[in-house]
Design a protein around this ligand. Structure first.
Ligand code: URA
Length: 206
């Protein structure tokens, strides 16, 4: 499936919509890993499939599992606040998904095996959406694509060369920001604001 989807060229909006629907349908019945045994919903994605930005988070939490939509809980609400502040419209400018589509029990970090089992869906989404910008939101999303050891605080905010023709940036995960309230210069929230302003500036010239 991985290769097939990577080779799909979706010039046509209808074809894109149908291909995405088909992928979502396959994903909704997925039993490739044990997360399928404990999930309520498969959380495929939210937002605009024609958006230039794709944001990849870690995994659904309890609210996402219950609603079937990514980033709708407390972390999602904080993310929304940062997006609004940067002038990025969540419904229009972004397509949002996660490295794994099912909630890990107790919100633990998904294992490498679980990420691997879900990878074809993520690669499929990237191939179909063809974003101009990818935001790797948090260390789990970032280490799905960066092999070397890194600290998120060191790599965030830089434009990374990971995908051909897609400007990629790692940003802090909003769950981390929920535990760090300071707005002082240099604080995680201050850096998040600046990173998203950079993304907005890049978006406006694409
Ligand atoms: N955290 C994530 O990484 N993704 C979600 O969808 C919700 C919280």
């Amino acid at each position: 499936m991985n290769n097939l989807l990577l080779n799909i060229s979706c010039q046509d909006d209808k074809l894109k919509e149908n291909t995405l629907k088909e992928l979502s349908k396959v994903c909704s019945q997925c039993k490739a890993c044990d997360l399928s045994k404990t999930r309520t919903s498969v959380v495929f994605a939210d937002g605009n499939p024609n958006a230039k930005i794709m944001l990849i988070g870690e995994a659904p939490g309890a609210d996402e599992d219950a609603s079937g939509k990514p980033f709708v809980g407390r972390a999602g609400q904080l993310l929304n606040t940062f997006l609004i502040e940067a002038g990025i419209d969540r419904n229009k400018d972004i397509y949002i998904c996660n490295t794994v589509k099912c909630r890990p029990p107790q919100n633990r970090v998904p294992s490498n095996e679980e990420k691997q089992a879900c990878r074809a869906y993520l690669i499929g989404q990237i191939s179909i959406i063809k974003p101009k910008i990818i935001l790797l939101c948090g260390a789990t999303a970032a280490n799905s694509f960066i092999e070397e050891d890194f600290k998120i605080s060191q790599i965030r905010g830089k434009w990374l060369n990971i995908f051909e023709n897609i400007d990629t940036m790692a940003i802090f995960h909003p769950s981390y920001l929920l535990r760090n309230h300071s707005l002082e210069q240099g604080s995680p929230r201050w850096l998040m604001k600046r990173d998203l302003e950079n993304v907005k500036a890049r978006l406006s010239v694409l």
